[in-house]
Each structure stands twice: as C-alpha cells, then as structure tokens.
Write a protein that binds this ligand. Structure first.
Ligand code: TYM
Length: 338
C-alpha cells in the first residue's frame, strides 16, 4: 500500500479533522509501516493560498499544524511528513494535469461552489483549479489509499477521472487509481451549533467546533452549550433521522469509543442530554488532553519542526521524481533530464 493524505495548515486542528481523518492516518501509518509500505502526510500550504492568507500567519500555522499532527500520533519514523511547498513536483505535475482535467468536471465540484459562495467571479483561479492540484498530490506517488473525511470524496473521484484520461490519452499506465478510505462512524462531523453544517475551521463561531488546543473547561462548556433537542435519546440509529444535532453528538461519542451508534444508544436510550452531554464531554477531555499536552510541548521548538519537515521533504522529492519525469516523457516534453 502507498498511503498519501494532506491537511490545510489554516488555523488549528479540530475534532472533525481528527475523527474524520487524522486518527485514521495514524492507524494506517502503523499498519503500513509494519508491512514495509510508504506513507506520506503533508501540509497543503499550496492549497491554503487559494484564498488570502496572511504570510506570517501561514508560516506559523504550517509549523503549528506539523506540531498538531505529531502530537496526534503521526510518527516521522513511520510516515514521511512534509509541507507541499518544499516539494515543487506537486505544483509541476498540477500544471501538466490542468491540461488533462476538463472544465466541465471542475464545474461540478461542490466545494468550490461552497467556498466561492456568491462571489464566484471574484474567486481566485487557484480556488477553482484546487482539485487538480489535489489530484497531482496523490497521483505523483502512485498512491493506492487516501484516508480522508467524506467531504474529500468528490475530489478523489476527480483524481481517478484525471488519471484514467491521462493514461488513455497517452497510452500509459503511469498513474494508479487512488481509493479513498473514509471512517464509517465519523466521516462527517457537524457543527455544534448547526447540525446541517460541517464542523469547519472557517466557521466564524468558535463554539461550533472543538479545537485540539481547547482546554478541559472550554471543551466541557462547548458541549454543554451544543445545540440539541428536547427529546430523550432513542434506542436505534434509524430513529435519530431528522434530529441532526442529536445524531452528530451520538456519532462523536461512538467514534471516540470505537463503537457503533446502535451500541451507544443501547447504553443511553431513554436518557436526555442532561445525562448524555457530561458523559460525552468526559470522553472528549480524556481523548484530547494527552494530545494537547504534547502539542503545547512540540510547537515551541520550531527548529525541530523545520528539521522534521525538511527531512520528510527530501524523502518525498525522491519518491515523486520518477513519476513526474514519466509524465513529462508521456507528453513528449523535452527536459534536461532526458
Ligand atoms: P482539510 O484541511 O479541509 O481537512 C483535512 C481532513 O479532515 C477532514 N475533515 C473532516 N472529516 C470529518 N468531519 C469534518 N467536519 C471534517 N472537516 C475536515 C477532511 O475530509 C480531510 O480529510 N483538500 C484537502 C487537503 C488536501 C488533500 C490532498 C487531502 C490537499 N491535497 C490530497 C487528501 C489528498 C482539505 O482541504 O482538507
């Protein structure tokens, strides 16, 4: 298996990133290292600049996100950790793939529609073309598995379409079709204030998300204030339909406990949120406290963080080069490398 995934270094890691993706990264990294496969995780800083980012903040956030990933269990002895800007092959392959990707395919990307909102004409070309860079990120390494949350599924389908068209147009088998690996219980963690919106870094309300750096009291308070409904919890998952906030809190609990939603409901059926919320807050605090402690230790040592990212980038550059050269050659482009 070759495993690749990325995260944007904009602000802090939140519970949606952690349960939807990062926890799976760590599990897959451990399994893959035991089998001798390569695993690459990167900070998608080239994706972050598709909307305006203050340069000094971007630099600081890149290091902070590296610290957060290490604190959450990404291990540089088992996985290659780097930031995209240190590996120019990502941007280079993206250009080659822009010429394979079709405008009609990009027009169907729901995330662009969400992110550009009403101001589509004023969005950057980068924001529109972003899924092609994402395709380059995974195709560059012959990736077989991509651990992500549900919201990235459409981007990976696009990567498969681009790979198939490139391989067909140029009579090659250069690109491998990547498979998304999406966790069953926590594929889509929702906002604590609105069960119909995804938990997100870009939500202006901090109360909508649990950040990995939140202290115990803040976590407990956010759960206490989380939106719910007056009904008690039902006995089966199916009965949570139409109750998005309740469904979200139960899904978070299930993911933290590695249980199914039905198993959680077997314990809490008939009880109200007055009983459920404190239990959920306790599980969250227990899970996040050790990660936060490690994060606070790691983030101040910027020299060590830069060294890890640089060492990871050197390994990533070596793994990327053959497939990048293969893409130039397949297209008939003349390069100095022959
Ligand atoms: P990003 O930075 O928005 O999110 C990183 C990961 O966290 C997952 N995630 C969630 N999962 C469940 N519930 C949520 N509320 C939630 N919010 C975020 C995302 O699905 C993702 O797995 N475009 C990507 C970064 C990227 C990438 C790639 C990923 C760039 N190139 C190549 C995989 C492969 C992004 O913006 O993720």
């Amino acid at each position: 298996m070759r495993i690749v995934s990325g995260i944007q270094p904009t602000g802090n890691l939140h519970l949606g990133n952690y349960l939807g993706a990062i926890r799976n990264w760590v599990r897959m990294q451990d399994e893959n290292a035991a089998k001798g496969g390569d695993t690459l995780f990167f900070l998608a800083d080239l994706h972050a600049i598709t909307v305006y980012n203050d340069p000094a903040e971007l630099t600081a956030n890149t290091r902070e996100m590296a610290a957060a990933l290490l604190a959450a269990g990404v291990d540089p002895d088992k996985a290659i950790l780097f930031n995209q800007a240190r590996v120019p092959a990502h941007a280079e392959l993206a250009w080659l793939l822009f010429c394979t990707a079709r405008i009609g395919w990009l027009n169907r990307m729901t995330q662009f529609k969400e992110k550009s909102g009403k101001n589509r004409e004023g969005a950057s070309i980068g924001l529109y073309a972003y899924p092609v860079l994402q395709a380059a990120d995974v195709l560059l390494y012959g990736t077989t598995h991509v651990p992500v949350g549900e919201d990235q599924k459409q981007h990976l389908e696009l990567a498969r379409d681009i790979a198939t068209k490139f391989n067909t147009d140029f009579g090659t088998e250069l690109f491998v079709l990547p498979e998304p690996t999406i966790p069953p219980a926590a594929a889509r963690i929702m906002s604590l204030r609105d069960g119909s919106a995804k938990m997100s870094k870009s939500d202006p309300s901090d109360a909508s998300r649990i950040n990995l750096a939140d202290d115990d009291d803040t976590i407990a308070q956010k759960i206490r204030k989380a939106k719910t409904d007056p009904e008690p919890l039902p006995a089966t998952a199916a009965e949570l339909d139409g109750r998005p906030e309740a469904k979200n809190l139960v899904a978070i609990y299930a993911a933290l406990n590695d249980e199914s939603v039905d198993q959680v409901l077997a314990d809490f059926a008939g009880q109200g949120f007055g009983a459920f919320k404190p239990a959920l807050a306790e599980r969250l605090v227990e899970t996040l406290r050790p990660i936060r402690t490690r994060f606070l230790e790691l983030r101040s040592d910027t020299t060590a963080l830069d060294r890890i990212l640089e060492q990871g980038a050197a390994r990533a550059r070596a793994l990327a080069q053959p497939r990048l050269d293969g893409a130039y050659a397949a297209l008939g482009l003349c390069t100095s490398r022959g």
